[in-house]
Design a protein around this ligand. Structure first.
Ligand SMILES: [Zn+2]
Length: 177
């Protein structure tokens, strides 16, 4: 990355975070030679992760497909498209952290549920009911109970985690430079 002022190619990254469109990474840089500060936007390479389905079938991860299933769960809830996109981007960042080329559909579903649990609890329950394929109303109640529990006791790890995540929502997570 060359400095536009002095042409020096020795720049330092000051800060990295997801850009507003959540598809690119915004980096603040400073030129080590002349101290000129500038911002770059870098598009990430297409995410090459494959999903192993329950029947063992492996297929490329499709953001559109994941997006649709989340949108169905979020119907008529007051959730902005950007919030859904941002949540999915965080899920995809987790794939990268895991460093796996193939993840199971179960892991994908769990990560999405984790994201939805802090976004909207109704959407969370709807997604869970499809994804977990409830056959028994008791499974449904146990999901509801687990939500109530995490609302009530502030000392529980679950709630502590979710308030951490809520902070991240306002302030996108910093990425490694
Ligand atoms: Zn410079």
């Amino acid at each position: 990355m060359k400095c536009l002022i002095c042409g020096c190619d020795d720049t330092k990254v000051l800060e990295s975070r997801l850009a507003g469109d959540s598809r690119s990474i915004r980096r603040r840089r400073v030129c080590r030679n002349c101290d000129h500060r500038f911002t770059t936007y870098e598009k990430e390479e297409t995410l090459e992760v494959h999903i192993r389905k329950k029947d063992g079938h492996v297929q490329p991860y499709q953001r559109e497909k994941a997006m649709r299933s989340v949108q169905v769960a979020c119907q008529k809830r007051n959730i902005k498209m950007e919030e859904i996109e941002f949540m999915l981007r965080k899920v995809e960042l987790r794939f990268q952290e895991l460093g796996e080329r193939v993840i199971s559909s179960r892991q994908l579903g769990d990560l999405i549920m984790e994201g939805l649990s802090t976004l909207d609890q109704v959407a969370y329950v709807r997604f869970a009911s499809v994804y977990k394929d409830f056959k028994d109303p008791n499974e449904f109640y146990s999901i509801l109970r687990s939500l109530n529990k995490s609302n009530r006791s502030p000392t529980e790890g679950r709630l502590r985690n979710s308030s951490d995540r809520a902070t991240q929502k306002e302030d996108p997570p910093c990425l490694p430079a």
